[in-house]
Each structure stands twice: as structure tokens, then as C-alpha cells.
Design a protein. Structure first.
Length: 284
């Protein structure tokens, strides 16, 4: 049995090892960390954001010690930290012309690429993208590689999904072949459905409530496919190639930047709609 197999993932990534270490310390507001300390931003059960000092970890079987982790969709605790243990097989090397900032944005790009791949977007197809958050904007950047031109439609409060779809079809010069729904909101999904052509597709990338209401008979009578995405795989290499080759520019998505020492402020800005944040990055 290999050393990696002998030690379970639960043991390798047990957060109690960090929490019970004598070097672990929750810093008070305004308290300065020790020089060179391994810092991390975390929140507790009360959703309170804190800066902590913790020990610099030692790699175990199949692990590497990473500084400035950028591709952090790891499903392992404690990734927002200066020094982090990470499964070696999950790392992707960034080319020299791709910054750490762009590397971090390859995660939402991977989400969009997986959706576009499964939705079978074809060159020149009229496409509707619902949602102007990070995933919607990254989906727009990705779709533009296949679809020329962009027209923006402002969603008006008080309009029904059918009424809003009528506006969209007027702007798009007719129903669309594909709607990429990036919010998971019921009204937005239904707007995409009413905007689709006969035999079209609505692909839902967004995550919504446990139960939603759809216009079933409209979908059925118009043979519109409704498809969903929850996870993705094998998209990071493609995302990195697209960014490195200059086909997709992710840099304008970053609206705010903070140092690791000021990490708690980054969360407050990201949670405040008045700040106009799209992507808030913590740099170290």
C-alpha cells in the first residue's frame, strides 16, 4: 500500500490540526501580525470575518506547499491563506504571461466554459446571457469568441417574464437559439425560456432555490430543452490557454484589490452592493 493510500484525505486535511496548534491565533481588530507569519482570513459560525495567524504547514503524501494559491476551487478548508497545503494532482502551472490575478479568474472562466461546452454553442448562433454578475460577464467574454457583437438589455422591474422576453427578442431581431442563464433566479430563467426559439435551449448555469416554477407547456409545445449545470471538470487547461493566448481578457473583472493583511475589508466590500464590486481580489 502506498503512503498516500495509507493516510486518508480526512486525516491529511483535518482542520482541527490547525485549530488546536499553539501557533493558531485569532487577531483582534487592528492587531498587527508577526513578521513573516502564515496569515489567513476566515469566518466563524456567526459569519464574522477574522484575520488569523497559523502554523506554516509541512507537506504530506501527495501534497505540495503553495504560496499565493490562485486556482483555489479545492473543496478543502483554509485555502485563503499565505501558505497552503494542496493536492499536487490538482495544481495547474500558469504560463509566464498569465498573472496570479488572471489565474484566480480562471475559476469562474472554467464554470462558463463548461456551460458553453455542454450547451453546444455554435459559431454565429444568437445567444442570450441572463445575468450580469461575474459568471454572466465571464460567459459573455467566452461567447464573444463565437458570436460577433453584443447588445445589452436592461431588465425593468415590474415587467413579467413574457414582457421582458418580448423586449429581448426585439433587440435580438428574433428569438435566440440558446439562452445561458447565469443567475438561478426563477424570473430570469423564465425570461430565457420565453426568449428561446422553437427547438432552442435554455442552459442554466446559475444556482437557485430548491424548488422553482417553470412554464412547462411552453417548453413542451415549443420543444425547448432545459438543461442544468452543477459541477465542471477538465476546464482549467482550456481556460489557461485562452487567457495566455489573449483570446479572453479577464482583467477588467477585478474592481477591488486588498492585501492579505486587509483581507476582512475585502469581504465587507464584496458584500456591500453600493461598492459596485464585480471581483474582489486578495493579493499577497
Amino acid at each position: 500500500m502506498s503512503p498516500t493510500a495509507a493516510i486518508s484525505q480526512a486525516e491529511l486535511y483535518d482542520p482541527q490540526k490547525v485549530l488546536s496548534d499553539p501557533q493558531f491565533k485569532v487577531l483582534k481588530e487592528g492587531e498587527k501580525p508577526e513578521p513573516g507569519a502564515n496569515l489567513a482570513v476566515f469566518y466563524n459560525a456567526n459569519k464574522e470575518i477574522h484575520l488569523v495567524q497559523k502554523p506554516r504547514p509541512t507537506p504530506g503524501p501527495g501534497q505540495v506547499l503553495v504560496h499565493r494559491l490562485t486556482l483555489v476551487r479545492a473543496h478543502k478548508p483554509g485555502t485563503l491563506t499565505r501558505w497552503h497545503l494542496h493536492p499536487a494532482q490538482w495544481l495547474h502551472k500558469l504560463p509566464g504571461n498569465v498573472s496570479f490575478e488572471e489565474g484566480a479568474l480562471c475559476e469562474p472562466l472554467a464554470v462558463a466554459l463548461a456551460g458553453i461546452e455542454r450547451a453546444n454553442l455554435r459559431l454565429g448562433d444568437p445567444v442570450l446571457i441572463c445575468g450580469a454578475g461575474p459568471i454572466g460577464l465571464v460567459s459573455l467574454l467566452s461567447a464573444r469568441a463565437a458570436v460577433p457583437g453584443v447588445r445589452t438589455v436592461l431588465i425593468e422591474r415590474g415587467k413579467s417574464a413574457k414582457e421582458q422576453a418580448a423586449v429581448i427578442k426585439e433587440v435580438a431581431d428574433g428569438p435566440v437559439n440558446l439562452a445561458l442563464e447565469c443567475t438561478g433566479v426563477e424570473s430570469s430563467i423564465n425570461t430565457g425560456i420565453f426568449s428561446a426559439k422553437f427547438g432552442g435551449k435554455v442552459f442554466v448555469i446559475g444556482v437557485g432555490k430548491n424548488e422553482l416554477s417553470f412554464p412547462f407547456m411552453h417548453l413542451s409545445a415549443n420543444e425547448i430543452d432545459l438543461q442544468f449545470q452543477y459541477r465542471y471538470c477538465n476546464q482549467y487547461p482550456k481556460a489557461i490557454r485562452l487567457v495566455a493566448g489573449g483570446l479572453i481578457n479577464l482583467k477588467p473583472l477585478v474592481t477591488h484589490r486588498f492585501s492579505l493583511e486587509d483581507g476582512p475589508s475585502a469581504f465587507h466590500v464584496a458584500a456591500d452592493p453600493s461598492q459596485g464590486a464585480i471581483k474582489v481580489q486578495i493579493l499577497d
